[in-house]
Design a protein around this ligand. Structure first.
Ligand code: 5GP
Length: 190
């Protein structure tokens, strides 16, 4: 069996990465998503082990010290990281493993991992980033401001990515991501 590969998905907070991933998971059985660990507070809509594994700062630091994370970064003031073991296992099983991580994490993966695919999700208009964050209503005004500042920094990293994916219509964006996966699979078969 052919090995799978890593697909790194980044993009500003609120751009709809999570929705695209949810949709594509319904359509394909060759992909899995990595569930990150984070020190962020748990939102009311979230469940332990579904969106994230929620950790204290001490627990998180222990994972870092034990070299259990493939990458980790501070995003909007909280720590986030990707458990290494799960990713390695699933790639061996032939899966496409989706990492929904920020650009700092993506850069670490670029430096440590061969053959990953890097996709940056963009809104059709820059202003949509702010509108979507406000519409989601999960963040305070202060947190929205931090996320907008991070979005600006993130947009500067676009050039590092292999593909840009404009999330104009969810069905179209999902289809484009699926096409990227097929293309990358075909490349690896050659
Ligand atoms: P949220 O707090 O909205 O769930 O996530 C905020 C941002 O953290 C996301 O846009 C995502 O890019 C980033 N993120 C989530 N998990 C990880 C991770 O494991 N590593 C890194 N580097 N970033 C992550």
């Amino acid at each position: 069996m052919m090995d799978g590969f890593l697909l790194v998905l980044s993009g500003p907070s609120g751009v709809g990465k999570g929705t695209i991933v949810k949709e594509i998971m319904k359509q394909r059985d060759d992909i899995v998503t990595s569930i990150s660990v984070t020190t962020r507070y748990k939102r009311e809509t979230e469940e332990e082990g579904r969106e994230y594994f929620f950790k204290t700062v001490e627990e998180f630091n222990e994972l870092v010290n034990n070299n259990a994370l493939l990458e980790h970064a501070v995003v909007h003031g909280n720590k986030y990281g990707t458990p290494k073991h799960f990713v390695e296992e699933k790639i061996k099983e032939g899966k496409i493993v989706i990492l929904e991580i920020d650009f700092q994490g993506a850069i670490q993966v670029m430096n440590n991992f061969d053959n990953a695919v890097y996709v940056f999700v963009l809104p059709p208009r820059k202003k949509d980033i702010e509108d979507r964050l406000r519409h989601r209503g999960t963040e305070s005004e202060e947190k929205i401001k931090t996320r907008l500042e991070t979005a600006e920094k993130e947009l500067e990293q676009l050039k590092l990515y292999d593909y840009y994916l404009v999330n104009d219509y969810i069905d179209l964006a999902t289809k484009r991501l699926s096409d990227i996966m097929n293309e990358e699979k075909a490349k690896r078969r050659q």
